[in-house]
Design a protein around this ligand. Sequence first.
Ligand SMILES: *Cc1c(COP(=O)(O)O)cnc(C)c1O
Length: 369
Amino acid sequence: MQVPYNHLPAQFADPDPILASIKELVLSTKFTLGGAVEEFERLFSEALGARHAIGVNSGTDAIFLSLRASGIGPGDEVITVSGTFIATVGAIVQAGATPVFVDVNAERNMDVSKIEAAITERTRAILPVHWAGVPADMPEILEIAKRHGLWVFEDSAQGIGARLDGKSAGTFGRTGSFSLHPLKNVNVWGDGGVIVTDDDALADSLRLLRNHGLSHRDTVEHFAYNSRLDALQAVVGQHVIGALEETTSRRRAHAAQYDTGLAAFEGKIRIPPRDPRKQASYHLYIVESEDRDGLIAYLKDQGIGAKVHYPVPVHLQPATRALGLDYSEGSLPVTEAQARSVVSFPVHQHLEAEQIAYVIEKVGEFHGF
Ligand SMILES: *Cc1c(COP(=O)(O)O)cnc(C)c1O
């Protein structure tokens, strides 16, 4: 049996309906912003329960523009996590601000008990990541932010479709940033991103920032960026977002099957604690194993794709060291221990229950069960 990690070949096996919509767009020649982007933004904001959705050219820019629109820049500190994709931190650095890392909890999200010790007079914002599609502890983070007069920006690139007490991940903070990268749960045929916010004035600033600061064709309010979501990608996104509920529920079912099956290998496989307030989107399904490299090699021989997200946390990357930030090995012990032991199993929506059962069986076999 084959259990591919990647969902793209199955997802786009029949591209004709999307190509037909693209043909319409091409014939209309409305290639920049316009109706296609507006319609996608409408569908996106409705799916999330947010007032505004603003299409931009990547998830990284969604975070960067959120910070810029809030005046965060040089001299400011933004508290985030190191166990994330490099883009979270790249966006902070691109804005000219300084990332400040706090350790994570067993769920692999920001450890809220570590936040207050990281706050200084320069701190402006907290930027949690809904890692793997498991919502961070948003009520607690919002409470701390309120007490200290800080903004909260969510990196929800992996969190589309996830909820906490029924509220969508990405709709708790000042903004939520989403990625439409091909490997994300709602994806397009290239790069794209979305910012959601309930703040009308902020939404207006973000629309200016993504389009050269142009309020009208001939009026530049302030110099800004070209970070528009491509109309062509918006057309793809219109097709894909319709499947969000189904995609998410299939991923949840696979994750539940893994949780139950892998529980039999206690002592060899560590499953993160599951918070009953949270309905995760399972962008990734991650567990920990003391011999994860051996496990991955064994699974590969059995036709199963497994990956590591990620082996080197951001605070130990050469790029971070080059900033002159003082994070030596051992400074974020939980993040570092996880980087050594995490393994991601295939969980995408085009898999079947038999394939998940096969992965569980092979994981058990490797550990001598
Ligand atoms: C994918 C991702 C991003 C960046 O999104 P791009 O669209 O690739 O720029 C940011 N943060 C996290 C956690 C991600 O997984």
